[in-house]
Design a protein around this ligand. Structure first.
Ligand SMILES: [Zn+2]
Ligand SMILES: [Zn+2]
Ligand SMILES: [Zn+2]
Length: 109
């Protein structure tokens, strides 16, 4: 993730604004139903999602990823992304249909 308040950070946000518009024109993807405030980097990827201030803070320091997975229980990958999202992405590539809660094919959910 790019450190805030660096030129690279601002350049990235400027690019996003040009390509995808202002985050504040979009709905927050954190699931709160509110308006977004800023583009948030999806940990471990080059992707960005619009999030409000609360959901952004929740995502960066909280216990769930933007898709609602429990990162406190299932952990993060070394790059900081959600482990469940990672498992689901892997599974999708290989055509498996894993559990949406933990990302494993066989589980107790
Ligand atoms: Zn929100
Ligand atoms: Zn996730
Ligand atoms: Zn499960």
């Amino acid at each position: 993730m790019l450190a805030p308040r660096t030129n690279a950070y601002y350049a990235k946000h400027q690019q996003l604004k040009m390509k995808r518009g202002s985050a504040s024109d979009q709905l927050c993807e954190g699931g709160c139903g509110g308006k977004a405030h800023d583009w948030a980097n999806v940990h471990g990827t080059e992707d960005y999602v619009p999030l409000c201030v609360n959901c952004h803070r929740e995502y960066d320091y909280g216990t769930t990823c933007p898709k609602g997975h429990d990162v406190k229980t299932y952990g993060r990958v070394p790059s900081g992304g959600c482990r469940v999202c990672h498992r689901l992405d892997d599974a999708r590539r290989t055509g498996r249909s894993p559990c949406n809660v933990c990302g494993l094919a066989r589980c107790q959910h």
